[in-house]
Design a binder for this molecule. Structure first.
Ligand code: ATP
Ligand code: MG
Length: 592
């Protein structure tokens, strides 16, 4: 348990009432004291510089969820203050993801760039009040003058400029007179502050860049720390929820808002979501996409929201996971099994059961009449009787999984073997009577007989002496003549290491720079199976199939796991993705 990457989450063992996590408790207290006149107004403020990931999903669930719970509102606001990295397609994907998760924002989608005029006015006011100044230092000079944790910084020569001179320079910056990086506007706070964030932070930089919304209107752009608190203020946010890294910046936000005398939301920090077996940074996602380690941002192995969606996760499961992991003030790593269990729980309740044979071998049932077909009732969902039954065609030739047969089985093998009897799910009991091989000695076909008295998989009547016949194994199967061919993509975790960023002790010594998280990629994270055999109901939407909120069809393949239809499917050529196995095989493989 000393490894920081093992689960240390406190919420895990906390009693149920702890679900009133500390942010709920803060809002409870505010409601009781009437602090905001009963208002709860939150926001989700992504920067449109990449696709959202499961960490963002947690923040979305928290912000939109609290607003809903307390009868308040939540804004969606793009923090688009860095024109170089931001793109419209990221804006579009983020909007799609939030809608998919099931949340609706208050009013229009908002953009930080909508407030550029207001921010600039605030900057002029601070200049006029002698609280901000134009600085001519290069980034390098500024870094040197900033001091260290133990030494105070040294003031910039620009610090002594008069308000009038600063105002003139700021206006000329705004007019585009100066080249990129030649000047900045800085807040005049305290170069000796023990909190380095307070040592005259930059408020505006010069950047002649085209912005995805404001075009070339601005040659200067506000820095995140100055802009973000003003955006919250403009929107009269009450509870400004952010991750722990921003705790040090809170005094700076307080300083800006108080010196400007504008609406001052309460900032509340919580621990960001960290999952094992996963990286969680847009920079790394970009790299994985660019270098072709994955098929794209929405690759079903990516922890992006679009990847999870394509993998078959439901919005409900992600919301349940976010609630289940809770909200904490302490950083800890969450076991990805908890995410996988969230989708298992949801799909177990809702996914119709179907039969699919992924690695087929044909079985010819010799005593079954040639040309005959019967439809046998198969239960759609044992967890939900209202889902009823469906008719599954049965005929003389069927497919079963290759590894459900062993010619020379060990003692505890309860599946098919020469002379052995098994139950076919919802059909008959069959006994293997022969094995047909090709010249290479590979099994190409099995021969069997069935017992007509076992229709529907029922136990046959006791024999003359009253002895009951028993079988231990139940196999899934698909009628050969009715089977639909499909491609099935067997996804697994993208990384084999619990902490993909951690260099293993046994990694080769030679230059450590040669090692990075990509060495922990799982070479078997995608295995594509072709020629899989599906029961015919999987090819077309069945009348009694549930409607999923996003229209994506999801199933349990009996005995195999949960699967969903991929967007790459074509008419007559379905493609399925494995969402998750039926049980957690990683923990079992780990010897738990
Ligand atoms: P990354 O560092 O992964 O690229 P980011 O923090 O730069 O993400 P933003 O667009 O700034 O991404 O994030 C939008 C919101 O999502 C912020 O309020 C941020 O605090 C929150 N957020 C980002 N990552 C996580 C996480 N892992 N867990 C919880 N909230 C997160
Ligand atoms: Mg950020």
């Amino acid at each position: 348990m000393s490894d920081p990457h093992t689960e240390t989450s406190r919420e895990a063992d906390a009693p149920a009432e702890a679900s009133r996590h500390f942010i709920r408790q803060i809002i409870d207290a505010d409601q009781a004291s009437g602090k905001w006149g009963g208002r709860v107004h939150t926001r989700f403020p992504p920067e449109p510089n990449g696709f959202l990931h499961i960490g963002h999903a947690k923040s979305i669930c928290l912000n939109f969820g609290l607003a809903k719970e307390f009868g308040g509102a939540c804004n969606l606001r793009f923090d688009d203050t860095n024109p170089v990295k931001e793109e419209q397609r990221y804006v579009d994907s983020i909007i799609e993801d939030i809608r998919w998760l099931g949340f609706r924002w208050e009013g229009e989608v908002r953009f930080a760039s909508d407030y550029f005029d207001f921010m600039y006015e605030c900057a002029e006011r601070l200049v006029q009040d002698g609280k901000a100044y134009v600085c001519d230092q290069t980034p390098e000079e500024m870094r040197k003058a900033r001091g260290t944790l133990t030494e105070p910084g040294t003031p910039s020569p620009g610090r002594n400029r008069s308000p009038d001179e600063n105002l003139d320079l700021l206006r000329r910056m705004r007019a585009g007179e100066f080249p990129d990086g030649s000047r900045t506007l800085r807040a005049k706070i305290d170069m000796a502050s023990p909190n380095i964030v307070m040592r005259d932070p930059v408020m505006y930089r010069i950047l002649h860049a085209t912005h995805h919304r404001t075009g070339d209107a601005w040659p200067i752009y506000p820095m995140y720390d100055f802009a973000h608190c003003l955006e919250d203020s403009m929107e009269r946010i009450t509870h400004s929820i952010c991750t722990l890294e921003f705790e040090n910046n809170r005094p700076l936000y307080d300083w800006f808002l108080d010196n400007l005398g504008v609406h001052h939301p309460q900032q509340i920090e919580f621990a960001r979501l960290i999952l094992n077996y996963t990286v969680m940074s847009k920079r790394k996602f970009l790299e994985l996409v660019r270098d072709g380690h994955v098929m794209g941002w929405d690759d079903p192995r990516m922890p992006t929201i679009s990847g999870l969606r394509r993998r078959g996760y439901t919005p409900e499961s992600i919301r349940a996971f976010s609630e289940e992991v809770g909200v904490s003030k302490y950083n800890s790593t969450i076991d990805v099994v908890r995410l996988e269990n969230a989708i298992r729980d949801d799909l177990n309740k809702r996914a119709p059961r179907r039969m699919a044979v992924l690695n087929p071998v044909k079985v010819v049932i010799e005593n079954y009449p040639e040309g005959e077909v019967e439809y046998l009732d198969a239960v759609n969902n044992p967890e939900d009787a209202s889902c009823g039954v469906r008719g599954v065609p049965f005929a003389r030739e069927i497919y079963i999984e290759r590894d459900d047969f062993m010619e020379d089985p060990p003692k505890k093998f309860f599946r098919l073997a020469p002379g052995a009897e098994v139950r076919l799910r919802a059909a008959y009991w069959i006994t293997c009577t022969g094995v047909v091989k090709n010249d290479a000695g590979e099994i190409v076909e099995l021969r069997a007989t069935y017992d007509p008295q076992t229709r529907g998989g029922d136990n046959p009547p006791p024999d003359a002496e009253g002895k009951v016949r028993k079988v231990k194994g139940t196999l899934h199967w698909v009628s050969a003549q009715h089977a639909v061919d499909a491609e099935v993509r067997m996804f697994d975790r993208l990384f084999t290491a619990e902490n993909p960023d951690k260099r293993p002790k046994d990694a080769p010594e030679d230059p450590p720079e040669d090692w990075d998280y990509k060495q922990n990629l799982n070479p078997e994270s995608l295995v594509t199976l072709r020629g899989c055999k599906l029961e015919p109901m999987l090819a077309e939407r069945g009348a009694d199939e549930p409607e999923w909120s996003d229209g994506i069809r999801r199933f349990q393949f009996e005995r195999l796991g949960y699967f969903c239809i991929d967007a790459d499917s074509k008419p007559g050529a379905p493609v399925f993705n494995r969402t998750v196995t039926l049980k957690d095989s990683w923990s079992r493989a780990g010897g738990k």
